[in-house]
Write a protein that binds this ligand. Structure first.
Ligand code: ARG
Length: 565
């Protein structure tokens, strides 16, 4: 907000549009350099003046006309020092306004976000957890930035692995066990299939035959398939409920079965399909990529074929302006190939498709492979996190009402934040003990600070004072800690826009950490509830603004913000 104000002041002095100036303004790293700085170097050529001269002229003009600010120069910079007594109240009013935190930057644009997308009959892996958490946060952030968002869970409910599963089920399956523990039983069958197929390779043929039957609408096979899908979904939904994640659309890969024919036909009409060892491929030599497989030698479709049909559907039927795929970095080549084939088909909008990749997550040092059956089950991880949170609560505040629900909020919050605080492309070494700690750069640290603010506001009767029309005197917020906190609070919206711009929710996560640290500095500087009502009310107002932003930020990241911990 200070940047916007400064750009409004500078615009007439330079006869440049305010937006252009705003993009050039900097937030100095040290308070001695002011609150906002304008570098004049880029203007030297055009104005035929040395940068320090331009800076001096601008500073003089601002000191003359602008209100509540002091302009100084340092070399080619104009440094602006806002007067907290004038600006504190304005900043707080802006933050407390209902619309704060939402903008119309994306108005009129429709983003379709592919997220989570676990595979049926397999455990919900840590990679799917990352996709769910990052994708859900992005969806919320895009919404806050004014975009229309459609989230799609692109369930892996189709492919040769179902042939394997059905083949294994016919040999070693047990319906009762499957109904009781669908994922664990499917996993047992899947692992057994791989073990046996090493000794008896013709099992692979049997699996292929089952999948072919499935693709050719064999009723009995389809019923069995549907049963697998439904049972798995029940288990996934428990995880989604615990994480508080909802999808606008649940369209698995199988949804595109009747939509792939058109794509294959199009590719063939355009002369893009070529035979290679009996399979049909699109060559991508010019793009320096291996060929993209479209139809296998037995005529069945494959993952890229389904993704081509999916992209076309999202663009043409859903009307997407932007298509995001929140999927692990190990699928980079797959998406590059799919987008390249779209371009070859003449679909220019392939440029609006983005693979939002992320790195591997190791859980307590473990990497996972479904094939070998070494799996960390997400529901167990969530249980363990909630149990750990509960034991902390028992020690800290045993009389807390609703202990279990709060522990669940903190446990899942620890996991979500333990992921989102990292830049998405980095690999994450997740350790529960560390992530659940109440101090350090953790979710619980943010949640605990929020609860502390909430209790402070209750104790200081902030709402009552506000209702009674207490007036805010910004003078009481001019200490370095208070002023720096005020500036940080007002940067919430720009952290959201930065996050959206780079599809990087960690920007908001790190922003919230900074906000929380700044708040704790302010809190430790001196009592908030004092003898003097004016002082108390000013400090409480700042705390309320921090609380509001912290809560909104936590919710956007997909966490909960309990009022009491
Ligand atoms: N089910 C896939 C997997 O687990 C992820 C799907 C991602 N989305 C997509 N449109 N390909 O690897």
């Amino acid at each position: 907000m200070l940047k916007e104000t400064a750009s409004q002041w500078l615009a007439p002095c330079l006869s440049l549009p305010a937006e252009e100036i705003a993009a050039k303004l900097e937030l100095p790293p040290k308070p001695e350099l002011g609150d906002v700085a304008f570098p004049c170097f880029a203007l030297a050529k055009q104005l035929r003046k040395a940068p320090p001269v331009i800076a001096r002229e601008l500073a003089d003009a601002l000191n003359e006309t602008a209100e509540g600010v002091r302009a100084e120069t340092a070399g080619g910079y104009v440094n602006l020092f806002f007067d907290p007594a004038v600006w504190a109240g304005r900043l707080l009013d802006a933050v407390m306004a209902e619309s704060f935190g939402s903008s119309d930057a994306g108005a009129g644009r429709h983003v379709v976000i592919d997220l989570s997308s676990p595979n049926i009959a397999k455990p919900f892996g840590i990679g799917h957890l990352r996709s769910t958490v990052i994708g859900n946060a992005l969806a919320n952030l895009y919404r806050a930035a004014g975009y229309r968002v459609t989230t799609v869970n692109h369930l892996g409910d189709w492919g040769t692995q179902f042939g394997k599963l059905i083949s294994a089920y016919h040999r070693w399956g047990d319906r009762i066990r499957l109904e009781a523990e669908p994922i664990r039983e499917s996993l047992r069958l899947y692992v057994k299939f791989h073990e046996e197929a090493e000794k008896e390779p013709q099992l692979e043929d049997d699996a292929r035959e089952w999948f072919r039957k499935l693709e050719t609408d064999d009723a009995e096979t389809q019923t069995l398939w549907r049963f697998f899908v439904e049972e798995s979904l029940k288990e996934f939904n428990r995880v989604y409920d615990r994480l508080g994640v909802k999808f606008d659309l649940l369209l698995g890969e199988s949804f595109y079965n009747d939509k792939m024919g058109a794509v294959v036909e199009r590719l063939s009409e355009l002369g893009l399909l070529e035979e290679s060892d009996g399979a049909q491929v699109v060559r991508l030599e010019e793009q320096q990529m291996p060929p993209c497989l479209i139809l296998k030698s037995d005529g069945t479709t494959i993952y890229p074929t389904r993704d081509l049909a999916t992209a076309v559907y999202r663009k043409k039927v859903l009307g997407a302006d932007q298509l995001l795929y929140v999927v692990g970095a190990e699928q980079t080549l797959h998406f590059q190939q799919v987008f390249a084939v779209l371009r070859k088909m003449g679909e220019d909008w392939a440029a609006d498709c983005r693979h939002v990749a992320f790195g591997l997550m190791r859980y307590e040092g473990k990497k996972m492979s479904t094939r070998r059956g070494k799996v960390v089950f997400l529901d167990e991880v969530l249980d363990e996190a909630a149990a750990k949170a509960l034991s902390v609560i028992e020690a800290k505040n045993p009389s807390l009402p609703d202990k279990e629900a709060v522990a669940e909020a903190i446990g899942t919050g620890a996991i979500v934040f333990g992921d989102l605080k990292n830049r998405r492309l980095l690999s994450v070494d997740f350790h529960l003990e560390e992530a659940i700690s109440f101090d350090g750069e953790t979710g619980p640290y943010l949640q605990y600070t929020y609860a502390r603010i909430a209790s402070l506001l209750r104790k200081g009767s902030y709402e009552r004072l506000t209702a009674e029309g207490a007036a805010l005197d910004g003078q009481h917020l001019s200490t370095p800690a208070a002023w720096s906190l005020l500036k940080t609070v007002s940067l919430f919206e720009s952290s959201i826009l930065d996050a959206v711009h780079e599809n990087e929710p960690s920007y908001v996560a790190r922003y919230l950490l900074e906000l929380t640290k700044d708040f704790n500095r302010f809190y430790n500087e001196g009592k908030i509830i004092t003898e003097t009502q004016d002082v108390t009310y000013a400090k409480l107002s700042l705390a309320a603004a921090v609380g509001k932003v912290l809560r909104q930020g936590l919710l956007m990241l997909g966490m909960k913000a309990p009022e009491q911990i």
